[in-house]
Design a protein around this ligand. Sequence first.
Ligand SMILES: [Fe+2]
Length: 245
Amino acid sequence: MSKETVEYHWERHHKGHVDSLNAIVQGTEFAEMKLENMVLTSYNEGNPLPFFVHASQVWNHDFFWENMKPGGGGNPSGMLSEMIERDFGSLDELAKQIQNAALTQFGSGWVWLAYKAHRLGVGNDINPRPSGKDKRLVVVKTPNAVSPLVWDYYPLLAIDVWEHAYHMDYENRRGDYVSVFLDKLISWDVVSCRLENAMVRASKREQMENRKLLWEQLKEQTPIGKKVVDSRPTPKARQKMKRRR
Ligand SMILES: [Fe+2]
């Protein structure tokens, strides 16, 4: 990735979204929110408003820059490597799926490696309980400013496949840009760290949801306000019984 591309992308495109977001956030309900919550709250169920576009593009670009480094590439290690083997078969197969997602993303968008813990599938179908297809790595593509955050996935790697990310260096050869990104720029250390954090967060959340579910079930079995019938004899009745004996 050339210096010119980085300068244009960072200083003009990314900064443009930061400036626009700062200009419209003042005095709104979003002003005190963390960026991630701004994205989730403003998604508007797939009908995003300009606020979402700026917030999500800032989040996506921050995430993208952080998963690059000079002299990157190479092979992942540890748990990430094991999960890539388990869920894709090999690192080459993962690279193929990333390439395929990049080349089939019509128009502008993003390609992601994400940890799908549970809950939502693409298209907002609700799957609130873990299933055999959950707790695994997935490759997904998103249009425009959307990220897998809005599907309740944990993003691990972002590749910007908007034309401004590669056209100066590779013209319309998006696949060449993605190959160079994977071979020379990707920071597997950052992806590993994100995976560990995602698994911890997902596990804590699952525990909380299980506790909540258990509490709901207990409440259904013993509704609050329902009198518990005490079938034991009263003290008077016990005295009468004694006298009879
Ligand atoms: Fe971009």
